[in-house]
Design a protein around this ligand. Structure first.
Ligand code: ADP
Length: 609
């Protein structure tokens, strides 16, 4: 009676499972097909077992045709079930996209059904047990046991050869299932009257649903795979862009470097200098485009981090004013500044990003204003230790049509292109600005009257630093634009690119600095180990065999070595500077070399007049 109860429970469960599984929306995998057949086989098993029980309870003998048929089919069905279970292992270890794997499965299924039918035709005997049950025996049963053993050996071998793959794919419940299945076979052999085979098959089918075959779990797994693939593609894109930026910056360094040198050369006629100035301007634009594309791609892949540090607010505004004045140049524009003097001296926030935001809107105001004035205003509101900066840039420029205001922050969106064709730009500046402001939890608003002018206002909350660790006075920038003269100082330049070595040599020469060049990290090490001494080393990073960073670490190991080493590199993504400083470099100089930055380095590390 207990046996029939188990079968009935099994039947109810399997009917429920069939209903849930086939009704549920799922991603289609080949193993799902095999699992569907496993469910059907479990269902058939319950029905056949039930028929055989009914026959026995109605007093069936070993000659009863219906009983013999139901038992034969029950055993054949079990053979089918365990073969499908083996096939499931085969499928999950095969490459799913492979068309041949689908063919293999189809042929295996056909052969299995034929085999099961063949086995059911073999003769069967029965043995009466002490409790009156009829136990099937004979050739048919022996063949089935033999084939089942082969299946189990196959499964074990599949697990053995694909252990890593199965473990990584979270198929571990199958291991537990297999162990319990083997355990069941042992019990079945010791106590033949319990008839555990079919209930175990149902139980396993059931457990599989709640562990590895659940459509919801599979859907989540698929989503995870899709997300991983998207992340991978994004990483590849960022890597490609950063390599491209490096490749563009390297030749640009020669263009900008030599152009700047030509501008300072008294022998170059004024007419040619005008053309050189155009080369510098075009290179600056190209650099801005490369930087913009890199920034937007970093923002989109969530790679931009806001680094909150103490900074001197006055220093930031002064740098911005100097920069804006420089960009206005000869343009007939009045530059008005209105900086609130009561803004706390030291704030905590990402000053580099704040500068980038302000540079973008100041540059736009300068670009899109032919005449009149531009006002750069910063005011603030203080509350609970927070300083809300209100930064605005107003201009008397071309203005923006009302209908276009909403499009302003879309990337690559440039407005009124018919009128503005002569103004250089990529349409990335404001998209980056908006994303940065959002990342910092601030707000940006635009007011504009077409033909009259525009006003961009940004509000950003910054923490007030009461006991600053930075020295406020020293933070005020020196004027780095002035030409410095240096005497009796020797600099070693390390770069595998000959043209870039020449650029650096010529630039240093213009300061009166003596320089020596080597083309690899090894040569640099040999120079230092050979007793040569320098006041400064400019070190490129991306070099074959030994990178600049590796060479720098080797230099550090040399006893008594204390020459400042500057990373001079075309790896100029935001965050790269911090990476080089963290590696121990004294400072960082991006390629193409910016004259003001070079002035700053020389000011800081070399003795000058
Ligand atoms: P771009 O590189 O084209 O300047 P931005 O994203 O910085 O890209 O600006 C997008 C567009 O917004 C510009 O092409 C321009 O049409 C408009 N714009 C931005 N700032 C101003 C301004 N101060 N005055 C007028 N139009 C502006």
């Amino acid at each position: 009676m207990n046996n029939i109860n188990m079968t009935l429970y099994g039947l109810v469960f399997i009917i429920l499972l069939t209903f849930i599984y086939f009704k549920k929306e799922k991603i289609h995998y080949v193993e799902n097909d095999v699992y569907s057949l496993l469910i059907i086989s479990s269902f058939l098993g319950c029905i056949l077992e039930l028929i055989s029980f009914i026959c026995v309870s109605n007093g069936a003998t070993e000659n009863d045709m219906l009983y013999i048929l139901s038992i034969k089919l029950l055993f054949s069905n079990f053979l089918l079930w365990i073969s499908l279970f083996t096939l499931y292992f085969v499928v999950i270890t095969l490459n799913k996209d492979d068309k041949t794997s689908k063919k293999i499965i189809l042929y295996s299924l056909l052969s299995l059904v034929l085999l099961a039918l063949f086995v059911s035709l073999l003769p069967i005997d029965f043995k009466k047990t002490t409790n009156g049950l009829l136990l099937p025996m004979g050739l048919s049963v022996n063949v089935i046991y033999f084939l089942c053993s082969i299946c189990i050996v196959m499964i074990v071998l599949l697990i053995f050869f694909n252990f890593k793959k199965l473990k990584n794919k979270k198929y571990w419940p199958l291991f537990i299932i297999l162990i319990s299945f083997s355990f069941m076979i042992v019990i079945q052999n010791i106590y033949p009257d319990i008839l555990l085979v079919n209930p175990t098959a149902v139980l396993i089918t059931f457990i599989m649903y709640f562990t590895i075959e659940n459509p919801d779990i599979k859907m989540i797994q698929q989503l995870n795979i899709a997300r991983d693939q998207a992340d991978k593609a994004n990483r590849a894109k960022t890597e490609f862009l950063s390599n491209m930026s490096h490749e563009i910056r390297t030749p640009l360094n020669a263009i900008v470097g030599f152009s700047n040198l030509l501008l300072e050369d008294d022998e170059v006629p004024e007419k040619s200098k005008d053309e050189v100035r155009d080369i510098v301007m075009a290179s600056d634009n190209l650099l801005e485009i490369v930087n913009g594309i890199l920034d937007i791609s970093k923002i989109e892949s969530n790679k931009i981090e806001i680094v909150n540090e103490e900074y001197n607010f006055k220093k930031v505004t002064q740098e911005l004013i100097t920069l804006a004045k420089g960009r206005i140049g000869e343009k007939p524009l009045e530059f008005r500044t209105n900086i609130d003097e009561t803004i706390p001296a030291v704030l905590c926030g990402d000053s580099q990003r704040i500068k980038q935001i302000c540079v973008n809107i100041l540059t736009n105001a300068i670009k899109y204003t032919k005449e009149g004035w531009i006002e750069f205003k910063v005011s603030h509101i203080e509350k609970d230790g927070i300083c809300r900066l209100i930064i605005s840039v107003e201009d008397t420029g071309i203005g923006i049509k009302e209908a276009n205001i909403n499009k302003l922050f879309n990337k690559f969106e440039r407005l009124d292109m018919r009128d503005n064709t002569t103004i250089e730009g990529t349409g990335l500046g404001l998209a980056i600005t908006k994303k940065l402001v959002d990342l910092m939890g601030g707000k940006i608003i635009v007011q504009s009257i077409y033909g009259k002018g525009s006003k961009f206002t940004i509000s950003l909350d910054q923490k007030i630093v009461m006991n600053p660790t930075i020295k406020v006075e020293e933070e005020i920038p020196k004027n780095h634009a002035e030409t410095i003269k240096v005497a009796n100082q020797k600099v070693l330049i390390v770069d595998d690119n000959k043209i870039n070595l020449k650029v650096a040599e010529r630039l240093l020469e213009s300061y009166g600095i003596e320089s020596e060049s080597v083309e690899s990290g090894e040569e640099c090490l040999n120079k230092i180990k050979g007793g040569n001494s320098y006041n400064l080393i400019l070190m490129d990073d991306m070099m074959p065999k030994m990178s600049g960073t590796e060479a720098f670490h080797e230099l550090e190991k040399i006893p008594g070595f204390n020459t400042p080493v500057i990373a001079l590199t075309a790896n100029a993504l935001t965050g790269e500077k911090e990476k080089y400083l963290a590696a121990g470099f004294n400072d960082y100089l991006a390629k193409p070399i910016n004259k003001e930055e070079l002035n700053r380095i020389i000011n800081t590390y070399l003795n000058h007049e």
